[in-house]
Write a protein that binds this ligand. Structure first.
Ligand code: AMP
Length: 364
């Protein structure tokens, strides 16, 4: 059985690593010659909308999936006319556009911050009376890790923030003074079975995820599961999906979802009975889903911009290091490490040690 993946970055690499024990083979489409998953399968090197490469991918893969949501939805539609594609092109289209995504959330009862579409500076000036300050202006498409975003604190910020977007369609959102950010990750297979991981509590800096901690028995677990169930069922979704939420005033509001495996779920490799990567494969192949229960306490720390010394990381008890085989570059995620340990106290101490190492190599 051969799985095709659009993209050959670290997420594709970790999917492939989880697939080898299941006897799976992989074929990737990615424009970068040095894409880091390319040592784990065949690599079709070229643009995502190169029709001849897409035709080859569709012919050689039994099922196609993707590691990121910013492939043109026409690509997923082309592929799904020729082979099985999971998740569906519809899930991709909704996740790609923040306005469509927020409308979709509201249509199925998932609360969001107040928001409005913005296509001009005049639109922005007009809607601020309803949205209020502070607020966040975001491009509707192509934004990730805080890119294409500005926080607006007063009316004086409007013009500069709008011009920075260079005229692309945008969305303005009320700024949520959240107490914390969490994500819920679930997998749904073709038969419609769903499994849910314990919540991840996430710390971002500069819009980029730094640390995720697995929270077993979290008071918000049930609420988060209800919302992600609505989303999975409304999209007739197949695969792993991550829903990112803000907690504010004891309630959850949705920020966005990722139609794929997610950075905040990397702790599941060592920290859960079945990793998000294995469950993604099981879901798209319509295999029984694996248990998602946490093993002990777990947290994950990202290395961004610079690589740590393996020895330094592995000196920490319970640490597992994942190097992606990517050249370090400013702001680039190049590795992560997971801590798995027995108690909350040791988790906090060991995670702090890892975070210090990550801060030393971080040049972003
Ligand atoms: P995003 O690209 O939408 O995931 O945003 C990146 C990060 O910016 C989030 O993880 C939050 O830390 C922050 N952020 C985005 N939107 C908002 C908002 N409406 N209110 C407060 N913080 C936000």
């Amino acid at each position: 059985m051969k799985v095709g993946i659009l993209g050959a970055g670290q997420l594709a690499r970790m999917i492939a690593l989880a697939g080898f024990p299941l006897g799976l083979e992989f074929i990737f489409l990615d424009p970068a010659a040095d894409a880091c998953a390319n040592r784990l399968g065949e690599h079709l090197q070229g643009d995502y909308n190169d029709v001849s490469l897409l035709a080859q991918l569709a012919e050689r893969a039994d099922v196609v999936t993707y590691e990121f949501e910013n492939v043109p939805s026409t690509v997923a539609e082309f592929l799904s006319a020729h082979t099985q594609v999971h998740p569906s092109p519809q899930a991709l289209a909704v996740a790609q556009d923040r306005l469509i995504e927020k409308n979709f959330f509201n249509g199925i009862g998932i609360p969001t911050p107040a928001y409005a579409a913005v296509n001009s500076l005049e639109d922005l000036q007009a809607v601020m009376a309803d949205i209020g300050y502070p607020a966040v202006l975001k491009s509707r498409t192509q934004g990730y890790d805080g890119k294409g975003q500005s926080v607006l604190k007063t009316v004086d910020d409007l013009a500069a923030a709008w011009h920075k977007l260079e005229g692309v369609p945008a969305i303005i959102e009320a700024f949520v003074p959240f107490t914390r950010e969490v994500s819920v990750i679930a997998a749904r297979n073709i038969a419609g079975d769903i499994v849910y991981y314990p919540l991840s509590e996430n710390l971002h800096r500069g819009g980029i995820l730094r640390v995720s901690e697995c929270k077993t028995d979290d008071a918000m677990q049930e609420q988060a599961q209800t919302y992600i169930t609505h989303l999975l069922e409304a999209l007739d979704y197949v695969g792993v999906l991550a829903l990112e939420l803000f907690e504010f005033n004891g309630k959850l509001v949705a920020n966005e979802f990722a139609p794929r495996v997610h950075n905040s779920g990397h702790w599941t490799i060592e920290g859960a009975q079945t990793s998000q990567f294995e469950n993604h494969l099981r879901a798209i192949l319509n295999l029984p889903l694996g248990a998602t229960t946490a093993i002990n306490k777990a947290a994950m720390v990202n290395f961004i911009g610079g690589l740590p010394s393996s020895e330094t990381v592995l000196t920490i008890p319970g640490a597992h290091l994942h190097l992606y085989g990517k050249d370090p570059r400013k702001g680039r995620k190049v590795a992560h490490a997971t801590i798995r340990t027995e108690t909350d106290k040791s988790l906090a101490e060991l995670t702090q040690k890892l975070t210090q190492i990550a801060d030393q190599v971080d040049d972003s």
